[in-house]
Design a binder for this molecule. Structure first.
Ligand SMILES: [Zn+2]
Length: 337
């Protein structure tokens, strides 16, 4: 059988694994809808886009959710950062890419420390250029993005002009609904202190820059692509609890939407598909690194948002499940490595 045939079968298995709806969020409906629109594997399409980034190219990424915004802007969620770190690492190792990670000023330290635990040293854009030229250091560039609507809109064009990215990637990053409100999965307005980075993604889509987005709930950047299905199948998808008159679905779409029962799992699977394409196990997100990142997220105060406490469960799923997903993804693609 052909290599393409093998890759397609592995992609489909990764899709299936990470879209088992263990959290009862209705993600299986979003998965089927997104796959039909994509016309094939979501994980595979995302990996194709990421591996198509030019050698030495630039990728703008975002993750991070101010989890209890009504209490403090300093508390972030632990779904998002470790998955983003895994994908950023694979991009640096696989494409020698410069990855610029955007988040709120209040979450920057925690997310930076997760990136560093994944092997990426935080540097300036200029320093990243030196590292890229001689491949002497795996880096990440951390940048803040404004938390006000007007500033968020104003920053979008300027940042794309400056960075000229080859691709934008978002995971577990909440986007506004049609009334400009940023909702939690429980349908509450929790937009306060939240970076308006969805405006940057809208601008990128307008300019035709490829956008890959990962989500598990319907309220994230990218879910605009399956808006009708979010309305129909996700709790508070048609009507929130905040009284704005809309649902929690984000309006911002994407080119490739990747769903998962947990966004971090989808990112783990994307790394596995990238590793299969590169023929290199170095791009894998391993169970061992996942364990290290879970510990790092606890040490940096990132919260398990389902249970409202800082621990090494993510989206309410226990530690072993995350290492287990990494192990299964590695097993699935092992025949391509
Ligand atoms: Zn609302």
């Amino acid at each position: 059988m052909s290599q393409d045939g093998l890759t397609a079968r592995l992609d489909a298995r990764l899709d299936q694994l990470v879209n088992i709806d263990m959290g009862e969020r209705g993600v299986e409906h979003l998965f089927v809808a997104a796959r039909d629109l994509q016309g094939g594997s979501l994980i595979g399409a995302a990996a194709d886009q990421l591996m198509a980034v030019a050698e030495g190219g630039t990728v703008v990424m975002t993750t991070g959710s101010v989890s209890r915004a009504w209490i403090t802007p300093h508390l972030g969620e632990n779904d998002g950062p470790s998955g983003a770190a895994a994908v950023a690492r694979a991009l640096v190792l696989g494409r020698n890419a410069t990855v610029v990670m955007l988040c709120e000023d209040t979450l920057l330290t925690a997310i930076r420390n997760v990136m560093q635990a994944a092997g990426l040293f935080p540097v300036t854009l200029e320093q990243a250029g030196i590292a890229r030229a001689d491949k002497s250091l795996a880096t990440i560039v951390m940048r803040t993005y404004p938390t006000g609507d007007e500033a968020g809109k104003a920053q979008a064009a300027a940042l794309l002009d400056e960075l000229k990215p080859d691709l934008l990637f978002s995971t577990e990053r909440v986007g506004r609904n049609e009334f400009g409100i940023y909702h939690s999965m429980r349908g509450i307005d929790y937009g306060m202190g939240r970076a308006r980075v969805d405006f940057l993604f809208d601008e990128a889509l307008d300019r035709g820059i490829p956008v890959v987005a990962v989500g598990d709930g319907g309220n994230e950047i990218g879910m605009g692509k399956v808006a009708e299905h979010v309305r129909k199948h996700v709790p508070y998808g048609d009507r929130c609890q905040c009284g704005c008159g809309g649902g929690i679905g984000a309006v911002t779409g994407c080119d490739v939407l990747v769903t998962g029962a947990c966004s971090n799992w989808a990112c783990t699977a994307i790394c596995a598909a990238m590793a299969a394409r590169a023929g290199s196990s170095a791009l894998l997100h391993t169970p061992e690194r996942e364990a290290l990142l879970l510990d790092t997220m606890v040490a940096n105060g990132l919260i398990n948002s389902t249970h409202g406490i800082i621990d090494d469960s993510v989206d309410g799923f226990p530690r072993q499940s995350h290492s287990g997903i990494a192990e299964l993804c590695r097993t699935i693609v092992s025949r391509a490595l």
